[in-house]
Design a protein around this ligand. Sequence first.
Ligand code: ADP
Length: 182
Amino acid sequence: MNIILFGPPGSGKGTQAINICESLKVPHLSTGDMLREAVTSGSDVGKKAKEIMENGGLVSDEIVLSIVKERIALEDCVNGFVLDGFPRTINQAIGLDSLLEKNQKIEYVLRIKVDEESIIKRLIDRGRSDDKPEIIKNRFKSYNSLTQPLIPFYENREILFNINGMQDIEKVFDDIKKVIGI
Ligand code: ADP
């Protein structure tokens, strides 16, 4: 099963991705994690991504698509995967379509809906280096202008499912399981 987890910063995508991946025994493909690893390793990609991430902007589609392309081609993705934090722009979604083989398709786009005001507190409590109030504002700006347009994009394909993210972690996961039928 190929799944996209979709939602604003702090919506709990990462946590739910881990839950789904454990149940389905498929890999968790988080572009945020991959980019943070690249920054830590000091690779060329990491050097290009570092400042953008620190400011809460979006890393270029070209860079993100190239890391996803490499990752998705690995053996462990043959039985499915969960994409977390990707695609984040229409361009990335179109790029993803062309990365998928003919026999592969995205079955579910799970949109975790949360209330913006209350997740700002969640993010500040998490305390990652890009979780400072000014930067959080930029991440929401990026989300609202570049990532939101993916909602109608996937709605039109009838694969977008809304999940109420303002509940306990277990309850959110229960709702996800109902949608994907596990
Ligand atoms: P969150 O979901 O809390 O925003 P992520 O770990 O998904 O956190 O992403 C952290 C940062 O990594 C983003 O703010 C962005 O700069 C960068 N990033 C992650 N995924 C992408 C992507 N698909 N396209 C562009 N930039 C990305």
